[in-house]
Design a protein around this ligand. Structure first.
Ligand code: SAM
Length: 247
């Protein structure tokens, strides 16, 4: 492992905003902050927003700076990337920011019923192969998990360059009749991107340099709790996507 990565891992241990329990710690039981983020971590009653697959945490930091009256938590498994966001939050003494290093599959061990007000999913791996559909962060499997921690009226925001994931998410929304506020397949080309949507993550920057349109979907779960996996016709398409770019 590179020296820089080791240095970042070591520094992560010193950040108050970085929560990184051992796998064993959360595999068998819930994290102690579950259901207690307001009183035990943020010490306020402000809404909590999650950024899933946050990478360097650009959205977590940018939104938290804009809106000190909301709390922001970036979630990712890659500590060396999250270091960037945690370092910034620490240097700027941002009290409304946390980072949780875990697999998103374990997210329910960290957040209680209705504890989350909003979710951002920023440039997730599109998981193009049909057999990996369950791993798409907008798959019914993940929506069932989000439904247990997101307030009934809470929104999910997806920003992606992947036309495949955009279409898949649209199919999921239609399949379950979910309330969809925005579905835009080219936020910059259509002039839709406002100040918040114009925040650019590391991956977004890379895709924009390649001239790829950026899509945005904002939808809710409409109070539904359980979502069954289904086969999507769109997976039969041979559409080329830019999966290689993410490696
Ligand atoms: C393509 S990167 C995007 C990172 C960042 N959002 C951006 O736009 O620059 C996808 C991120 O999701 C994280 N990720 C993918 N699957 C995950 C999972 N199951 N649990 C936690 N993190 C995951 C990866 O570690 C990676 O940082």
């Amino acid at each position: 492992m590179g020296k820089d990565k080791l240095r970042r891992f070591a520094e992560n241990l010193t950040f108050d905003c970085m929560i990184q329990p051992d796998f064993e710690e959360i595999f068998h039981r819930d994290h102690p902050l579950k259901g207690h983020w307001h009183e035990s971590f943020f010490h306020n009653d402000n809404p909590i927003v999650l950024e899933l697959g946050c990478g360097k945490g650009e959205y977590t930091i940018a939104l938290a700076q804009r809106d000190p009256d909301r709390n922001y938590i970036g979630v990712d498994i890659k500590g060396a990337r999250m270091w960037r966001g945690a370092k910034t939050a620490t240097e700027k003494q941002m009290r409304n920011v946390a980072f949780v290093r875990t697999r998103i599959e374990f997210i329910e061990s960290f957040f209680g019923e209705g504890e989350i007000d909003e979710i951002w999913i920023t440039f997730p791996d599109p998981q193009l192969k049909t057999r990996r559909a369950k791993k798409r962060l907008t798959s019914p499997l993940f929506l069932s998990s989000y439904a247990r921690m997101l307030r009934p009226e809470g929104a999910i925001n997806l920003k992606t360059d992947s036309q495949h994931l955009y279409e898949y998410t649209d199919a999921v929304i239609r399949r379950f009749g979910l309330p969809c506020e925005v579905s835009n397949r080219d936020i910059y080309g259509s002039g839709y991107a406002d100040e918040v949507l114009s925040v650019k993550t590391a991956y977004e920057q890379m895709f924009l340099e390649r001239g790829l349109p950026i899509t945005y979907t904002r939808f809710g779960l409409g109070g539904q709790r359980d979502f069954e996996m289904f086969d999507w016709d769109g997976d039969l398409s041979d559409e080329k996507d830019n999966e290689e770019a993410r490696k």
